[in-house]
Ligand binder design. Structure first.
Ligand code: FMN
Length: 224
């Protein structure tokens, strides 16, 4: 698979088959992904992978906690800037509306929207969870490095016929994730990721999100 094909075929998969992913494939992906660049070669990422019984136990614990704490535990960082402004606000709104319209859930049906969002906490049915954390003394530059590592994983997954969904939704369960994974005290959770084989028949996976035109985000100078 060409890199461009991996990039083009990567989407946020929101319905997975329960087909297991063998350990050697996950190891191969992580071994290859670690070639991601990082400023000063700090390699400031940490990833914890769960599958099988530990994953089932963890997801069941979260399901139970959701009953008494539907909004989770708060967050350790702002998932979005406060008062998100345009064009970002409209883009966020549009991708949500496009997803729910594919699923046939109207705006007024808040309970159905909440139920679909809650599928984040069942990993959309994926058999593998990855949790990315970072030393809290690290700065913006190192957070960008973790993003590059994550993107490598998402593209390498495509090369193996797998799909992913990055999931910052886990930020609201940061305490429970840290506790279950026994993260070192100096580490904080950034993001989760679901990994597995896509359920091709699921409407949620038909979403093809839009992107801005090149001229909106790129300035090219000095070419003939
Ligand atoms: C860091 C990060 C966190 C994300 N968190 C979530 C999430 O919690 N739940 C979800 O359904 N999608 C999540 N997404 C997916 C984005 O909504 C998605 O990437 C965006 O709408 C573009 O769509 P595409 O990935 O299908 O191209 C996340 C993506 C990134 C990069």
């Amino acid at each position: 698979m060409l890199v461009s094909e991996a990039i083009d075929s990567r989407i946020s998969c929101r319905a997975f088959l329960d087909t297991p992913v063998p350990k050697h494939i996950v190891v191969e992906i992580l071994e290859a992904a670690k070639r991601a660049p990082s400023g000063g070669n700090l390699q400031p990422w940490r990833v914890d992978v769960l599958t099988g019984a530990p994953l089932a136990e963890f997801l069941a614990a979260i399901r139970t906690k959701q009953l008494s704490q539907p909004a989770g535990e708060g967050t350790e960082y702002n998932v979005y800037p406060p008062n998100l402004h345009d064009p970002y606000r409209s883009r966020r709104f549009k991708c949500g509306e496009d997803l729910y319209s594919l699923l046939g859930i109207p705006r007024e049906d808040k309970p159905a929207r909440i139920r679909h969002f809650a599928r984040n906490y069942q990993l959309f049915g994926a058999p593998i969870a990855l949790f990315f954390s970072i030393d809290r003394r690290m700065g913006q530059d190192q957070w960008a490095d973790v993003g590059m590592f994550m993107q490598n994983i998402m593209l390498l997954a495509r090369e193996r016929g797998l799909h992913t969904c990055a999931q910052e939704a886990w930020a609201i369960w940061y305490r429970s994730v840290a506790e279950y994974l026994q993260l070192p005290a100096d580490h904080m959770l950034f993001c989760g990721m679901a990994l597995g084989y896509m359920d091709e028949s699921a409407p949620a996976n038909k979403l093809r999100t839009e992107r801005a035109q090149l001229a909106e985000f790129a300035t090219l100078r000095g070419f003939d």
